[in-house]
Design a protein around this ligand. Structure first.
Ligand SMILES: Nc1nc2c(ncn2[C@@H]2O[C@H](COP(=O)(O)OP(=O)(O)O)[C@@H](O)[C@H]2O)c(=O)[nH]1
Ligand SMILES: [Mg+2]
Length: 249
């Protein structure tokens, strides 16, 4: 059933990992182009604010994942979809940094050019001044450099706004439970020989305070995790690998 010509690839589900985003979620959910989307899954990762209630009120399906971490939340969202598999899953953050109305730009290369994964690049697009902190820019640059030299993969960003074929993603063996998730997906996609591309997307200052790149601890932890993910996967990953992840899940 996989392949650009075997279906219209019309079933699109959005997955939004969320930790305490009650203020931004209404804006995010309110600007997703619903004509292009069948379901929105908000994965509440133990929020102590009203994120889950706000999401449910606005018509999203709320999944609760107690194990903390960005990757944990994304994995929980994917697992939830097992019984109603979409053709395409779109990830975006819950902080209203991404521009959800740009979602159709991410779908087009999958539908029209048979791509498996489309990254929304904030570096090819327009990032509002101050939206990407210097440490985030530096970290991204280093990560995409490593993706190029270690994996031969050409990306300009590890952006959170991305579209991917769901069935393919489930075969990829994604395992990272924290902020290595985005880099892991791109590295595994390269190892598996996926057809990938990027489209320019816009990016603005988040609503509320950054929990990751806005703090020293968060930046160091996320940076270290991304680098470790890229090096370890290069050493352990299989070039052909559509198979399961060789390491612990
Ligand atoms: N699931 C999950 N998501 C998180 C966690 N921490 C932050 N996020 C989400 O990850 C996204 C990025 O976090 P953010 O604070 O904006 O970091 P920044 O983009 O580096 O400034 C947002 O949608 C957050 O809600 C966490 O521990 N678990
Ligand atoms: Mg953010």
């Amino acid at each position: 059933m996989i392949g650009p010509s075997s279906s219209a690839l019309s079933h699109v589900t959005v997955v939004i990992p969320v930790f305490n985003e009650e203020r931004s979620l209404p804006l995010v959910l309110g600007s997703i182009p619903m004509a292009a989307v069948k379901e929105i899954l908000v994965v509440d990762n133990g929020s102590t604010d009203a994120s889950a209630r706000v999401a449910a009120q606005m018509g999203a399906t709320v999944v609760s994942e107690r194990r903390r971490g960005y990757g944990s939340a994304c994995l929980a969202g994917l697992a939830q979809l097992r019984h109603r598999p979409p053709d395409i899953v779109v990830f975006m953050d819950g902080d209203f940094s991404d521009h959800p109305e740009e979602l159709p730009l991410l779908l087009a290369p999958i539908r029209e050019r048979g791509c498996d994964l489309v990254i929304g690049s904030r570096f090819l697009g327009r990032a509002e001044p101050g939206a990407l902190l210097p440490q985030a820019r530096f970290g991204n640059r280093l990560a995409v450099f490593l993706l190029r030299v270690l994996y031969g993969a050409h990306f300009t960003d590890l952006g959170p706004f991305r579209a991917v074929r769901y069935a393919r993603l489930m075969e990829l063996g994604m395992a990272d439970r924290t902020f290595g998730w985005t880099a892991e997906m791109q590295a595994r996609a390269a190892l598996a020989g996926w057809k990938t591309t990027e489209v320019p997307v816009s990016y603005r200052k988040r609503v509320g305070v950054s929990k990751i790149t806005g703090t020293l601890g968060g930046t160091l932890r996320a940076g270290a995790k991304i680098l470790a993910t890229l090096f370890i996967l290069r050493l352990t990953g299989s070039r052909r690998g559509h198979g399961p992840h060789p390491g612990p899940v």
